[in-house]
Design a protein around this ligand. Structure first.
Ligand code: GLC
Length: 536
C-alpha cells in the first residue's frame, strides 16, 4: 500500500467552540479554553481537531454568519489566542482544521454593507441582487433552509438579495471573479498561519442556476434527509450544486496544493445521490479531498441498510478517492439520543472500524444526550422559526466533571449559555474515566486499536456474507494483518458462525467483556460489536 496522507489515517474530532471550555467565566467557551483541553484529546487518541467558526460575528447563526473572515470574535479570544492554540496543537502532534463559510457572509460584513449601500457600489455584484417580479414578488420560488423565502427586500436600493439561510446571511456571488479572489485570499491568510485544512460549510451551495429558475415542487418528503419542514416541498435542483461548482473547487484545490506539506479540504456536501456526490472529489481527484459523507446519519439502524450504504460508497469511489464517515455534528440530534446507550456503543465501533476518515463530535465519546431546551430558552435561529428543528440540544457544554458547571466554566450553572444534560453528575469525563466499562473507556480502546493496527486505519474493506440475522460483518486487511468486525444490530443475542472465527483472537467488544469463542462460532449479546484478529 502506498504511503497515505495524514488526513487519511487520522481521526477528526469536531469542537463547537462555544461549548468546549470557557476560560473567561462568561459561560461561553473560547479558544484559550480549547488550548487548555488539548491534552485530553491527545490522551483520547485523536489526530486532528475541526473547530466550528470563531470569526467576528453578530451570532445570528452562532458564527456561521461571518462578519470578518480574518479575525477572531472577542467572545472567543484574539488572533494571538488562535496562534497559541495552533502552536500548542502542533507541538502535541494534533492537526487543526478550521471552518470556512464561503456561501454567505453576515449582513454586517463590510463587503455586504458596501454592496447594499447603492446599486452602483463596486461591491454590488459581490452578492446576488435581483429586481422584483412585475407584481412586486421575489424573483423566484426559492426557500430559505431555515424557513420562509430565500429573498429579502432591500428598501434603500429597491431590489431583493438572496439568502439561503437566515436573512442576516446574504449569499455571495461566486461568479464574480473578485469574490473568488477575495475568498482565496481568506484561505491563504489561514494557510499562511499554518492551519492544516478546512471544513467547508455548505460547500455544494455556492453555485446556483445562473438563470435563477424556480425549483420544481416536490409532493411529500422523500425520506433521504431529515425533515426540514416547508423546505422539503421543493426539489432543490436550481438553488445549489450547479455543475460549475466543481470548477470552483478545482481552483481552490490549486491554491491548497501550492502549500507544503499538503492541507486538506472537507466539504459539507449534503447530497444523497451518489453519482452527484462523488463528483465533489473532482474529475481527476482535483476537487475536495473529502466530500462529507452523511449517509449514515439518516440510514435506518439496520444491519442490511447500513451495509448497503457502505457497499454503495465503496463501489462508487474512483481509484484513489478516500472515504469518510460522520455520525454526529452540531446540526444533528445527539447520537446517544438517536440510538440509545447500547446502540451508541455499537455506532462508535462502526464509525471507528470502517475504511475511511471518521469525524467524532465532542461529547459523543461520553454518550452525552440531546438536552431538551424550553421554547423560551431556545437560541438557534432555526428554532426561532421552526421550533421542532432547533439544534441547541446537541450544542450544550462539554461535561468534564460532576461540579456545578461541569468543569466547563467558572460561571455558575445558571449562567452557562446552554444547560447541561440532566445526568451530568455521572456523564462526564472524570466519572466515566474511572469506569473500566464506560463508553469513554470504549472510545479510548477503539481509538488506540485503530491507531495501532494498519488493517484498521488503512486496510482494505470486504463485507462478510453471514447467515446471522441482524449482523453486519466485514474484514479489514493490510498485508498479513487481518481483522474481522462483527456488529450485531439486533435487540437479540445472536450466534455468529463463520470460518474466520476459527482461531481468531478477540481484541475488543463494545461491552468491554471477553467474548466466548467456540470453534467457528461466537456469541454476541444484543447490540454488541466485536473486533477479532484473524489467524493467518
Ligand atoms: C451548515 C452548518 C450549519 C449552519 C449552516 C449555515 O449547514 O453546519 O450549522 O447553520 O451551514 O451556515
Amino acid at each position: 500500500m502506498s504511503e497515505l496522507e495524514w488526513w487519511q489515517t487520522a481521526v477528526i474530532y469536531q469542537i463547537y467552540p462555544r461549548s468546549f471550555q470557557d476560560s473567561t467565566s462568561d459561560g461561553i467557551g473560547d479558544l484559550p479554553g480549547i488550548t487548555r483541553r488539548l491534552d485530553y484529546l491527545v490522551d483520547l487518541g485523536i489526530d486532528a481537531i475541526w473547530i466550528s467558526p470563531f470569526y467576528p460575528s453578530p451570532m445570528a447563526d452562532f458564527g456561521y454568519d461571518v462578519a470578518d473572515y480574518t479575525d477572531v470574535d472577542p467572545i472567543f479570544g484574539t488572533l494571538t489566542d488562535f496562534d497559541e492554540l495552533l502552536a500548542t496543537a502542533h507541538h502535541l502532534g494534533l492537526k487543526v482544521i478550521i471552518d470556512i463559510v464561503p456561501n454567505h457572509t453576515s449582513d454586517q460584513h463590510r463587503w455586504f454593507l458596501e454592496s447594499r449601500s447603492s446599486r452602483d457600489n463596486p461591491k454590488r455584484d459581490w452578492y446576488v441582487w435581483r429586481d422584483p417580479m412585475p407584481d412586486g414578488s421575489p424573483p423566484n420560488n426559492w426557500l430559505s433552509a431555515f424557513g420562509g423565502g430565500a429573498w429579502e427586500w432591500d428598501e434603500t436600493t429597491g431590489q431583493f438579495y438572496l439568502h439561503t439561510f437566515v436573512r442576516e446571511q446574504p449569499d455571495l456571488n461566486w461568479r464574480n471573479p473578485d469574490v473568488v479572489e477575495a475568498m482565496h485570499d481568506v484561505y491563504r491568510f489561514w494557510l499562511d498561519r499554518g492551519v492544516d485544512g478546512f471544513r467547508i460549510d455548505v460547500a455544494h451551495r455556492i453555485m446556483k442556476d445562473p438563470d435563477l429558475r424556480d425549483n420544481p415542487p416536490k409532493p411529500g418528503a422523500d425520506g433521504t434527509f431529515k425533515s426540514m419542514g416547508a423546505y422539503e416541498t421543493q426539489h432543490h435542483i436550481h438553488d445549489m450544486g450547479h455543475p460549475d461548482v466543481h470548477d470552483a473547487y478545482r481552483d481552490l484545490r490549486a491554491v491548497l496544493d501550492s502549500y507544503d506539506p499538503p492541507r486538506v479540504t472537507i466539504g459539507e456536501v449534503h447530497i444523497f445521490d451518489w453519482d452527484e456526490w462523488v463528483r465533489y472529489y473532482g474529475a481527476d481527484l482535483d476537487g475536495m479531498h473529502l466530500p462529507g459523507n452523511f449517509t449514515l446519519l439518516y440510514v435506518p439502524w439496520d444491519a442490511g441498510a447500513v451495509r448497503t450504504r457502505v457497499d454503495e460508497l465503496e463501489g462508487i469511489l474512483p481509484d484513489g478517492a478516500w472515504p469518510n464517515y460522520v455520525l454526529g455534528n452540531h446540526d444533528e440530534p445527539r447520537l446517544a439520543t438517536r440510538f440509545g446507550p447500547e446502540r451508541a456503543r455499537l455506532a462508535a465501533m462502526l464509525l471507528l472500524t470502517l475504511r475511511g476518515t471518521p469525524t467524532l463530535y465532542y461529547g459523543d465519546e461520553l454518550g452525552m444526550t440531546e438536552v431538551t431546551i424550553a421554547p423560551e430558552d431556545q437560541q438557534d435561529p432555526w428554532a426561532l422559526r421552526e421550533p421542532e428543528l432547533g439544534r441547541d440540544g446537541c450544542r450544550t457544554p462539554m461535561q468534564w466533571d460532576a461540579s456545578g458547571s461541569a468543569g466547563f466554566s467558572d460561571a455558575d450553572r445558571a449562567s452557562l449559555w446552554l444547560p447541561l444534560t440532566p445526568d451530568q453528575a455521572t456523564v462526564n469525563v472524570k466519572v466515566l474515566d474511572q469506569s473500566p466499562t464506560s463508553i469513554l473507556t470504549l472510545y479510548r480502546r477503539l481509538l488506540a486499536l485503530r491507531r495501532g493496527m494498519s488493517a484498521l486505519h488503512q486496510g482494505t474493506y470486504s463485507p462478510i456474507e453471514s447467515a446471522a440475522d441482524g449482523v453486519f460483518a466485514f474484514e479489514r486487511a493490510e498485508g498479513a494483518q487481518q481483522v474481522c468486525v462483527v456488529l450485531n444490530f439486533g435487540d437479540q443475542a445472536v450466534r455468529f458462525v463463520h470460518e474466520c472465527v476459527v482461531g481468531a483472537e478477540p481484541l475488543l467488544s463494545t461491552t468491554l467483556r471477553r467474548p466466548n469463542i467456540d470453534g467457528a462460532a461466537v456469541e454476541l449479546a444484543a447490540n454488541e460489536g466485536l473486533i477479532l484478529r484473524l489467524s493467518t
